[in-house]
Design a protein around this ligand. Structure first.
Ligand code: HDE
Length: 709
């Protein structure tokens, strides 16, 4: 039945033709060669005698091995590590006043999409939780052809002109002599590039912030970065940028945690995404557009075509235009995630380009890279890249051509075939480029406002909360602390004195160089609250992971009550114990253990709960793993909760400066540590626990630095 439905879906998407269908569904499931010949034996190659040499004529063996030898394609030169998921985009209201793009014309209109999330620097097998920019690329299969919105989770970029892209990427990738380090900017060549290229300053501030260590792909904003254009049916154009905002809010990991996850679960974000989809917690984002009228192009202090500058939401308020729902994992990672090809130049009528020099370079680069990565000019025929809109043109042949074009005419104009296929007029949906007047001398220059490298970097720092500032300084200490060249470290300090003198002084303190001699005061700069992650969604625990620590003798009612209430609120609880198998409660009931200490750790959970039960807690108190679990969660500012005797485990750990319950009936919630006495109302306790988890983290706890973990 599932197969039937799938077949139906593929049919609807035009992604299966009758021949394929016949082969796949009518012939049965016997093992065959790629020529369709049934194979009778696949465990031994054909030999001359049982101990003799393998024979060349074993076509099955040769085909199997040859195919295997060619299974890899080049990975993406950047954004190699990624994951993808299908879904749909729903338009909230007609955008016809601003764009003629058909998929944005009607409220409620749905368009199928495929989204690929990625990190930028690491190789294909690198870890998910490194400090890096995240890619967020969306292919909209619209009725007018494919539209690709190829964005990042940071709204700006390192450089202003595409000509520097190769230099920038070379500097951040592993160093060429020893291919170390993997997936990180924390090394000499990158920071050497930074200090030699001051336009990077603003992007570095974002990269050192918690935006670069997201809790989940489902909890990050994303941005088109470059300015594009909306063009309406009357031909009026406006500059635009897009923003995706996740309905679960924008949340981060802490640095110690993200580093540990790279070892414990390098697939952390990938797993998180697929688990959420499987559990029906479909990731959702709302699409916003920022628009600037052409007449206002020069009204801002920054150049709106400079990709190292953000359009602050406070200056260019975003308008909500639709919703993205991701609800289907791919069937095959290679076929879909690896072979999907995005290109910011894939636009539909109503969406056009700006002269942003970074975008202009991107328009060349994506098609170019895909020609080599996907082995020739026909990668648009790979199912995940095929538009739903029909393709008619005179392009022919080339490697891996799938389409069987008929007839003898493959040129235009022609008279032999009625000049088909004919160009479409604007009224017929033909793409007509925006008529922009362009005048100028051929020069290698950039606009005057591009040369202000620091104003927005200063505003960014000034817009951060004290916690966010602290995290940025620690990130500099780590990244720059890894740089061996003292000269480069000193230059980093000197460069960031242009952003904020105090910031630069603090960086210097941690990386063993002199403080700056002068510098700016970011407090005099503009402040844009939208740059910060502080004011985000903090009222849901949907899909949050909660560990419940228990051993034999736990309090059954407490555990089950809290677990059920959390589940109803959308959280995902796992029982963690020393061994897998069953554990027995005080009342003789049994529950199954989901994870043991060797297969999991606090770092992959959002919160921890310790139910009462004297016997259980007495054992937990003797377990270094259980104590570490609590200490580590506390250190990473996560919500931790205990009821009844469970509170004793907290007292046994290194947590201090926190108020716990003192009376049996009491419930105390202090800085994300929620404790309940043995006769307290467990429903009320669960509610307070849920409220605290929804806060994501309790940053005031970072002051308690002595807690080991
Ligand atoms: Fe990309 N970028 N990029 N980039 N980019 C690629 O295309 C490039 C830039 C982004 O999941 C490559 O197919 C240039 C900004 C994403 O498959 C390549 C410049 C933004 C992805 C390429 C930029 C992005 C890519 C590598 C500066 C944010 C992954 C493989 C001029 C808006 C898409 C490929 C996926 C991938 C070039 C800068 C986003 C080499 C030349 C700015 C999300 O073509």
């Amino acid at each position: 039945m599932k197969e039937e439905k799938k077949k139906q879906k593929m049919h609807e998407k035009g992604k299966i033709n009758d021949l394929e269908e016949f082969k796949e569904y009518s012939e049965g499931k016997k093992l065959t060669t790629n020529q369709g010949v049934k194979v009778s034996h696949t465990d031994d190659a054909l030999k001359a005698g049982e101990r003799g040499p393998t024979l060349m004529e074993d076509f099955h063996f040769r085909e199997k091995l040859t195919h295997f030898d060619h299974e890899r394609i080049p990975e993406r030169v950047v954004h190699a590590r990624g994951t993808g998921v299908h879904g749909y985009f729903e338009c909230y209201e007609s955008m016809s006043e601003h764009t003629s793009a058909q998929f944005l014309q009607d409220a409620g209109q749905r368009t199928p999409v495929f989204v690929r999330f990625s990190t930028v620097v690491g190789f294909r097998g690198s870890a998910d939780t490194v400090r890096d920019v995240r890619g967020f690329a969306t292919k909209f299969y619209t009725e007018e052809g494919n539209y690709d919105l190829v964005g990042n989770n940071i709204p700006i970029f390192f450089i202003q002109d595409a000509i520097k892209f190769a230099d920038m990427v070379h500097s951040i990738k592993p160093e060429p002599h020893n291919e170390i380090p993997q997936a990180t900017a924390a090394h000499d060549t990158f920071w050497d590039f930074v200090v030699s290229t001051p336009e990077t300053a603003h992007m570095i501030m974002w990269l050192m912030s918690d935006r670069a260590i997201p809790r989940s792909y489902r909890m990050m904003e994303a941005f088109s970065v470059n300015a594009f254009r909306f063009v309406n049916a009357e031909g009026k154009g406006r500059f635009i940028k897009f923003i995706w905002k996740p309905t679960l809010g924008t949340h981060q990991l802490v640095w110690d945690e993200s580093q540990k996850i790279t070892g414990n679960d390098p697939d952390y974000h990938r797993r998180d995404l697929y688990e959420a989809v499987e559990m029906g917690h479909y990731p959702e984002y709302e699409l916003y557009v920022q628009m600037i009228e052409e007449e206002e192009e020069h009204k801002f202090d920054f150049d709106i075509l400079d990709a190292t500058k953000h359009w602050p939401e406070e200056l260019v308020p975003p308008m909500k235009i639709g919703k993205l729902v991701l609800n289907r994992a791919p069937d095959n990672f290679f076929a879909e995630v690896e072979q999907v090809a995005f290109h910011p130049g894939n636009v539909v009528p109503g969406i056009d380009f700006s002269n942003d020099p970074l975008l202009q370079g991107r328009l060349f680069s994506y098609l170019d890279t895909q020609l080599i990565r996907l082995g020739g000019p026909n990668f648009h025929e790979i199912p995940v890249n095929r538009p739903l809109a029909p393709i008619h043109n005179n392009q022919r042949d080339g490697y891996h051509r799938m389409m069987i074009n008929t007839g003898k005419v493959s040129y235009s104009p022609n008279t032999l075939d009625n000049n088909d296929p004919k160009p479409a007029s604007k009224e017929e949906g033909g793409y007509v480029h925006y008529m922009e007047k362009v005048e100028g001398k051929k020069i290698r220059e950039r606009g005057e406002k591009f040369k202000d490298f620091f104003s927005q970097a200063r505003s960014f720092y000034n817009s951060m909360s004290e916690t966010e500032k602290k995290h940025i300084i620690s990130a500099f200490h780590f990244e720059v602390g890894k740089v061996e060249s003292k000269d480069v470290r000193q230059k980093v300090v000197n460069l960031f004195a242009n952003v904020d003198k105090e910031l630069a002084t603090k960086i210097a303190e941690g990386v063993g160089v002199l403080p700056p001699s002068g510098g700016e005061d970011s407090r005099t700069a503009d402040s844009f609250p939208s740059f910060s992650m502080e004011d985000t969604v903090k009222d849901t625990v949907e899909s949050r992971k909660v560990a419940i620590l228990a051993e034999d003798g736990f309090n059954y009612d407490e555990l089950i009550n809290v677990k059920d209430t959390l589940k109803k609120a959308g959280a995902n609880c796992k029982i963690v114990s020393k061994y897998r198998g069953m554990i027995k409660a005080e009342n003789g009931q049994e529950v199954e253990v989901d994870k043991n200490y060797v297969t999991t750790a606090s770092i992959v959970f959002d919160a921890v709960y310790v139910p009462g039960g004297k016997e259980s807690v007495e054992v937990l108190k003797t377990q270094g793993d259980a104590l570490h679990f609590v200490n580590e969660s506390f250190k990473h500012c996560k919500t931790i909760a205990a009821s009844g005797e469970g509170v004793e485990l907290f007292k046994e750990s290194n947590i201090d400066g926190i108020s716990f319950v003192k009376k049996d009936k009491q419930i105390v919630s202090d800085s994300g540590v929620v404790t309940a006495g043995s006769t307290a109302d467990i429903g009320e306790f669960s509610k307070q626990f849920i409220d605290a988890i929804a806060m994501h983290r309790h940053w005031d706890r970072e002051m308690k630095e002595h807690v080991p973990a």
